[in-house]
Design a binder for this molecule. Structure first.
Ligand code: AMP
Ligand code: MG
Length: 396
């Protein structure tokens, strides 16, 4: 049996890198940039008021009384220069007159008929946003290989960057196996049937890292069905994820069937829990993952093996889940010949191993935001407050 690290390396050695294409910026959250982004203009675009108030000249900062010469509203007509002893009523975000030195907020003036009296000291530059005070034209905003976050999309919008060059995600097919597996929503289920939750888990995980499934297929456990189905595909996707049928059960035909189809084995079985019987292989440019059927093993193996493959394909700099150290909230039994990945919850530097770690159990995933990784070791009880390595599930 190989280690998790060895298995990950074998996979990464077999993944190619995808090409790039232009896409609408609004569709790019969660994708990876294939170009550096240089700001085409200043942000804010123009010198503007930060408050509803009165714009006045720097020379009139000490004036006791100012004549209100006009109104400047956001999106309205541009204002002329201010004359000596005059100010202009202005709303937040409106361009200030060219010679304005400050804005005094409405709350800080006594307003009379066509005149105001500033009630507080005003300094030059008060309540004025300079053009480009946030982003200067020509500034490097993002680098090739950066993940595009939803919060960055608004910045690109503000700067008029309507399209981005992004790396393509791999096409991924999902094949579930098992005579007991029924389509979700298929109506009344027999006592011997289960719903295809692995399909939903995988489809949602793929979406969360920018790779929607190209196809999905549920196959029964009959030997030969898999090569028959794969043989009929017009084109193999870059990645095929299978679940179930990869262990040593009487109806587990996935490994043999894949090899019949011409897939070359990279590994079968990894010293880990959950997910020991995980299989990986390649045929041409297609990577095959044979994940065990147990729902928790599917999700864990996705994060450990499929996600890094997708990340490498789409040129991400961070290939693996981010690792941090956290203190245990309670003592924890560890040790054994396999690495263990426990579902955990991370808060304030501390991690709680969650109830419900069985590989058939899913409810703990409702709270899971990290895996606690325990390396193989002689049996040991880890102390409360002791440090453990955790893998964060935050950034895909
Ligand atoms: P297997 O690896 O095929 O022996 O399956 C292991 C366990 O996972 C069994 O309890 C299966 O019923 C369950 N299982 C297999 N496929 C799925 C699936 N697509 N969705 C949910 N559970 C599954
Ligand atoms: Mg099965």
């Amino acid at each position: 049996m190989i280690s998790v690290k060895e298995a990950q390396q074998l996979i990464l050695n077999s993944v190619g890198k995808g090409s790039a294409a232009r896409a609408e910026t609004l569709d790019c959250a969660g994708r990876v940039l294939a170009e550096d982004i240089i700001s085409p203009e200043d942000f804010p675009r123009f010198r503007q008021s930060a408050m509803d108030g009165y714009a006045l000249r720097a020379e009139d900062l000490q004036a006791r009384l100012l004549k209100v010469s006009g109104n400047i509203f956001a999106g309205g007509r541009l204002a002329a220069s201010l004359k000596a002893g005059e100010c202009a009523y202005i709303t937040t975000g409106s361009p200030v007159p060219r010679n304005a030195g400050a804005v005094v907020p409405v709350e800080d003036v006594l307003a009379g008929a066509g005149v105001i009296q500033p009630r507080s000291k005003i300094k030059k530059g008060d309540n004025i946003r300079e053009a480009g005070d946030d982003i200067k034209k020509g500034a490097i905003l993002c680098r090739k290989g950066d993940l595009i976050t939803p919060q960055s999309i608004g910045i690109f919008g503000a700067l008029g960057i309507a399209r981005l060059k992004v790396f393509l995600s791999p096409s991924v097919g999902i094949i579930t196996t098992g005579a007991e597996v029924a389509a979700i929503g298929a109506g009344r289920l027999g006592k011997n049937k289960i719903r295809n939750s692995n399909l939903w888990s995988l489809a949602a995980l793929l979406k969360s890292c920018g790779a929607a499934p190209a196809f999905s297929k549920a196959l029964s456990d009959k030997e030969g069905l898999l090569p028959e189905f794969l043989g009929k595909l017009e084109k193999l996707p870059e990645i095929v994820i299978l679940t179930g049928g990869v262990s040593v059960g009487g109806h587990d035909y996935v490994k043999e069937d894949l090899e019949k189809f011409g897939v070359r084995k990279l590994f079968w079985k990894v010293a880990q829990k959950p997910g020991k019987p995980v299989y990986a292989g390649v045929k041409g440019r297609t990577l095959f993952f044979g994940l065990p059927g147990n729902p928790a093993a599917v999700i864990t193996c996705f994060y450990l093996y499929v996600l890094p493959a997708i990340n490498k394909y789409r040129h991400r700099r961070e290939i693996f889940l981010p690792e941090v150290s956290a203190r245990l909230v309670a003592p924890l039994k560890a040790g054994g010949s396999r690495a263990v990945f426990l579902r955990g919850r991370f808060k304030d530097g501390k991690v709680e191993p969650l109830w419900g770690q069985g590989s058939h159990m899913l409810s703990s995933f409702l709270k899971t935001d990290c895996f606690i990784e325990l390396e193989p070791s002689p049996p040991v009880v880890l102390k409360k407050g002791g440090n453990v390595k955790i893998l964060l599930l935050t950034a895909c």
